[in-house]
Ligand binder design. Structure first.
Ligand SMILES: [Fe+2]
Length: 235
């Protein structure tokens, strides 16, 4: 569990969408940067490509990005793990062909004062579901799939697997209407006690900001593939 829970909670706020934060050219610059970056992970089974925004790339864009984010959330530090040589990473580009399951991005250091995370869509179709429910542990994938729960060998920066969310938020079954509408890819029993706070419909130029403690996942809405840029912050 995080140690600075009191401070973490005092910084919490509802998820927020900022529209028209980036213009078309800026979105294209992010996409160009994405093309240039080396691939970090290509998981063929899950059909996902991950690229880290390394400090040697897109310096001007980083200045602009940092200022725009700071304007919305105030002072922050990047908290996107580190490279092998200890350099910071500005963000994580993710190209996915399947929806991402229920999880939390709490980080890996319980001494940290985790803060907000941002999501910038770089393709027009997609949506992200933010739940009202919060969790104060490390980065975790929440699942009731026994095979997943058996995965214990984790690489640096990989989310732990857990069913600790079951029962934590009561035993009220998840809304079957919301399940059909947004979350077909999740077992409804994996969503027990959860309540949707916001469904963010991806829109180019906009940015979603939410707390690192919010449970979230992709919705089932996907059109081929989607690319997003995520950044985790701490104070
Ligand atoms: Fe996430």
């Amino acid at each position: 569990m995080h140690k600075k829970i009191k401070e973490i909670k005092s910084n919490e706020s509802p998820p927020k969408v900022i529209k028209n934060l980036f213009n078309k050219n800026e979105i294209n610059d992010f996409l160009k940067l994405y093309e240039q970056l080396p691939t970090t992970v290509h998981n063929k089974k899950q059909n996902v490509i991950k690229k880290r925004w390394l400090i040697e790339y897109g310096k001007d864009l980083e200045n602009l990005f940092y200022q725009r984010v700071k304007n919305e959330i105030g002072d922050f530090k990047y908290d996107n793990l580190k490279t092998e040589s200890g350099n910071i990473i500005y963000g994580l580009f993710q190209e996915s062909y399947n929806p991402i399951g229920l999880h939390i991005d709490g980080g890996f250091n319980f001494e940290d004062l985790i803060y907000k995370q941002t999501l910038i869509p770089l393709t027009p179709v997609g949506s992200t579901v933010i739940f009202k429910n919060r969790y104060y542990g490390q980065s975790t994938n929440f699942t009731i799939d026994q095979n997943e729960l058996n995965v214990k060998k984790l690489n640096y920066g990989q989310n732990k697997r857990s069913n600790a969310h079951i029962g934590l938020y009561g035993d009220k079954p998840f809304s079957s209407v919301d399940h059909k509408k947004y979350l077909n890819h999740e077992k409804i029993d994996n969503l027990v006690g959860l309540e949707i706070d916001m469904v963010y419909e991806w829109e180019l130029g906009s940015m979603l900001v939410f707390d690192r403690t919010n449970l979230h996942c992709s919705s089932s809405k996907i059109d081929g593939k989607k690319i997003g840029l995520t950044t985790f912050t701490k104070k």
